[in-house]
Every structure is written in structure tokens, then in C-alpha cells.
Design a protein around this ligand. Structure first.
Ligand code: NAI
Length: 331
């Protein structure tokens, strides 16, 4: 048995966490959980976003399954996600977007993995008011952080037998910061002659993703573009309810859905738990439990293909619990 830490989060967080843990238990995943409520609700009641015991649990277990957390816009506390990524140096945010033939979208045969640098860029959150009408925000790009995420993208491509890595940037305008990221990419690409390397400007990438997404394989980019572009890739495969992610560092690993706390549908038992479930599958793979991950993925595919039990975001009418029961029935 392996003990992992679980953060239940805000909004739809508790509902989808419960659904996912029920499926993991039904699949006989050899896991025990230390569960914590974190986020806005915890903050309002106890004055801390993450209780000390929750930090301690993650530091002990090293593996965290996290559901989404509400972050106030334009005021209030700093994003807890950004804090966690920085504190535990979870520098590699990996977001696989793959078409599922049972989920109809205008786009077919998409299989894109986004490698998003997770610790710097504009997300360092250093903003300075110069005068009442002017604010500066700091964008940080370093050789160290760029080198490790770009290397990880190429290593992943090689390990998974993928063909191409595309660097996404805006080095035509941000000549020094994105220019550094791009020059590091070009240097590292020389070490991987077996993998095609190309680069594209981020605005062009957004257009190309909608016109001809099949041309992309692995994409690597700084933090802000990674945040935006990976949401776009989730739209290509059927929406945010389907996009999982891992946040990996040298010592710690955190797995979470890409979507947020979806306050508009919270408490209604209609959220799609698939993105968190697939994140849990990435976690199982990280822990070496390949067969259980495969079994769960197969059960989800069967339920989606059968078609009568889809959540509303995928055009169905099933509740979160019914969908979860259907997956369990096929395990
Ligand atoms: P969101 O991702 O929560 O929702 C966007 C839209 O997608 C909504 O219409 C929502 O109903 C739908 N949606 C999202 N996940 C879904 C699911 N599993 N099943 C069905 N529909 C789903 O983004 P939004 O509204 O911009 O953010 C809400 C809050 O979440 C904010 O406070 C934001 O800061 C936070 N957030 C947290 C993240 C995290 O904890 N990793 C990531 C993104 C946002």
C-alpha cells in the first residue's frame, strides 16, 4: 500500500474527488489516502488556505492528488496552485490532450502533449504600481528552468516514441526573455537528432491549432502560453472536463485536472470527473501501477463509447454519480 495526500478543493472539487476515489477503490488501486480540505472554504473558516498538516502530509508522501481551488480575481490571496508549484518546485506541467472517438468534436486524431514551464515567467506574480495609472509586471525566464523543461519534453518524446517537439514562444517581440527560451530549445534539440524540432510564435500556434491541430505532437513553452494553449487543446478534444495533468519536480509530484472549481455547476452532481480520474491514472503510472491505470482508462473508454451515460458537458444527462457507477460496473 502506498499512502498519498488528497486535497479536496473548492466548488466541484469535493464531488469529483469522491467520484475518483470510489473508482480507484473499485479498481483495487493499492492506495491509502490522507485527505485535506484546502482552498477558499478552508481559508474563510480557519484563516489558512492549506492547513499545516496538509503540507506535512504532502512532504511525507511526496505524491498529491489535488482537485481545483478557487482563486479570487484581481484581489485576495495568491493562487494556491502557483504557491504549491513554487514551494515544491513542480516545474514540469504535462498536459496530454488526446481525441476520444466517442466524444464528437469538429477535430479528429488529436494527440498533443503540452509541456508547460511551471515556476517562472509572468506567474512569479511580481507586480508593481508605478503610479495610479501604471502597473509593471515582471516576466522571468532563466536558463536553469528553461533547460530542464525543454530537456524533459525531448526525453518524453524519445521515451514515448513521439516524432516532433515544437517550441512555442513570442521571441519576435520578447527578444531577450523568449529569445533565451528559444535559443536554449535550439541548443538542446541538437542532442536529439532522432526527433524533429521546430518553433512557432504563440499567436500563430493558436490559429494553427484550430486549422490543423494534427500537425502538433509535443509542445514546450513558458508558463503563461502553456496555461492558455493547453486550455485551447482541451477545447479541441471536447472540453475542460477531459484534460488531465501532472506537475512534476525532482522530489514531488502533484496530479490535477486542468480545469478550475467550476462554481457555476458546483453542488449539482453534474461535473465531469474524467479529467481528475485521468490525472489519477497518470499518478498510478507514476507509481508504477500501469495495469490498474490501463483498466480504468479502458472502462472510461467503454462508458463513453457506449454513449448513454455522459455528463452534460459532453452532451449527456448523466449525473456525476451515475457516470461513476457506470465506470465501476465495467472495471
Ligand atoms: P473553470 O475551469 O472552473 O470553468 C470553466 C467552464 O468549464 C465552466 O463553465 C465550468 O462549468 C466548465 N467546467 C470546468 N470543469 C468542468 C468539469 N469537470 N465538468 C463539467 N464542466 C466543467 O474556470 P473558471 O470558471 O475560469 O474558474 C473558476 C475558479 O477556478 C477560479 O477561481 C479559478 O481561479 C479557479 N481555477 C483553479 C484551477 C486549479 O485549481 N487548478 C485551474 C483553473 C481555474
Amino acid at each position: 500500500m502506498k499512502t498519498i495526500t488528497v486535497f479536496k478543493g473548492d466548488g466541484i472539487g469535493p464531488e469529483i474527488t469522491e467520484a475518483v476515489l470510489n473508482i480507484l477503490d473499485a479498481a483495487k488501486a493499492p492506495l491509502e489516502y490522507e485527505m485535506f480540505r484546502v482552498g477558499a472554504a478552508e481559508y474563510e473558516e480557519n484563516g489558512a488556505l492549506i492547513p499545516d498538516a496538509a503540507f506535512a502530509s504532502f512532504e511525507k508522501n511526496k505524491v498529491l492528488l489535488k482537485s481545483p481551488i478557487t482563486t479570487p480575481v484581481g484581489k485576495g490571496f495568491r493562487s494556491l496552485n502557483v504557491t504549491l508549484r513554487e514551494k515544491y518546485d513542480l516545474y514540469a506541467n504535462i498536459r496530454p490532450a488526446k481525441s476520444n472517438s466517442a466524444v464528437k468534436t469538429p477535430f479528429q486524431d488529436i494527440d498533443i502533449v503540452t509541456f508547460r514551464e511551471n515556476t517562472e515567467d509572468l506567474y512569479v506574480g511580481v507586480e508593481k504600481q508605478i503610479d495610479p495609472d501604471t502597473v509593471y509586471a515582471t516576466k522571468i525566464i532563466t536558463r536553469k528552468a528553461s533547460t530542464r523543461i525543454i530537456t524533459d519534453a525531448f526525453e518524453y518524446a524519445r521515451a514515448q516514441g513521439r516524432k516532433k517537439v515544437t517550441c512555442v514562444h513570442k521571441a519576435n517581440i520578447l527578444k531577450q526573455s523568449d529569445g533565451l527560451f528559444l535559443s536554449i530549445f535550439q541548443a538542446i534539440a541538437q542532442n536529439y537528432p532522432d526527433i524533429e524540432a521546430d518553433d512557432k510564435i504563440v499567436d500563430n500556434v493558436c490559429m494553427q491549432l484550430v486549422m490543423r491541430p494534427q500537425q502538433f505532437d509535443i509542445m514546450v513553452m513558458p508558463n503563461l502560453y502553456g496555461d492558455i494553449v493547453s486550455d485551447l487543446t482541451s477545447g479541441l478534444i471536447g472540453g475542460l472536463g477531459l484534460l488531465p495533468s501532472s506537475n512534476l519536480g525532482k522530489d514531488y509530484a502533484m496530479f490535477e485536472a486542468v480545469h478550475g472549481s467550476a462554481p457555476d455547476i458546483a453542488g449539482k452532481n453534474i461535473a465531469n470527473p474524467t479529467a481528475l480520474l485521468w490525472s489519477a491514472c497518470m499518478m498510478l503510472e507514476h507509481l508504477g501501477e500501469m495495469e490498474i491505470a490501463r483498466t480504468i482508462r479502458r472502462a472510461v473508454d467503454q462508458v463513453l463509447a457506449e454513449g448513454s451515460c455522459k455528463t452534460p458537458d459532453l452532451g449527456g444527462q448523466a449525473t456525476t454519480s451515475k457516470y461513476c457507477e457506470a465506470i465501476i460496473a465495467r472495471l
